[in-house]
Design a binder for this molecule. Structure first.
Ligand code: HEM
Length: 180
């Protein structure tokens, strides 16, 4: 997460390129989210990775944290474009365009798993906990749509979708783990 910290720090400099920082933070958020959703299928394939599954919550939280940084930078950009006091009106006006709406929906779907990423929620939700965590999958799909639409990122989004989506098929295989 250090590069995201650096982006935040740079954003306070008067000559910072906030558009570029928003794009960079979006890519970080996508990378963490993609990592979070491929961990289970990869662990099904390789037993060595199964030992690292305890990191899954942290990886998911990193995706959520990076998304919040991305949102904050976006709001800073909108603040620069808007008339004084008009930032939220501009954010609202743009929120329903397909590129931005997919981003908001992805973030919204990431919220319940992020809030439930602790032992107390795990105990309270019991069997429902897994269903809550699985919201990361539609969140990733929406984030990929957002990436494809919002900044002509179609090819990169397709590459990530092919890798992360393809690996999801492993979830339907019988458990056949190989030791690394
Ligand atoms: C809170 C709602 C969100 C808003 C308002 C939003 C807004 C934006 C905007 C305006 C851009 C274009 C930046 C630019 O190229 O100048 C962007 C790009 C991007 N966003 Fe978001 N976003 C949101 C949520 C997310 C989430 C949750 C993810 C991933 C988990 C994400 C991933 C990306 C990616 C990968 C890009 C492409 C970066 C690039 O251009 O290279 N965004 N977003």
């Amino acid at each position: 997460m250090a590069p995201l910290g650096l982006l935040c720090w740079q954003a306070f400099s008067p000559d910072s390129d906030l558009d570029a920082a928003t794009a960079a933070s979006g890519n970080w958020a996508m990378a963490w989210l993609a990592a979070a959703v491929v961990m289970t299928p990869l662990a099904k394939l390789w037993r060595g990775l199964a030992r690292l599954l305890w990191l899954r919550r942290a990886v998911g939280l990193a995706a959520f944290g990076a998304s919040l940084v991305h949102l904050w930078l976006y709001l800073r950009v909108m603040g620069d474009y808007a008339e004084p006091g008009g930032t939220w009106a501009l954010v609202w006006a743009e929120a329903f365009t397909p590129g931005i709406l997919t981003g908001w929906l992805a973030l919204l779907l990431m919220l319940p798993p992020a809030l439930a990423s602790n032992d107390a929620a795990m105990r309270a939700l019991r069997a429902a906990w897994k269903r809550v965590q699985r919201l990361a999958l539609p969140a990733a799909a929406l984030a990929l749509l957002h990436m494809a639409v919002v900044h002509d990122g179609l090819m990169l989004a397709l590459a990530v979708a092919a890798l992360a989506g393809g690996l999801q098929l492993v979830r339907f295989f019988p458990a056949t783990r190989k030791a690394l």
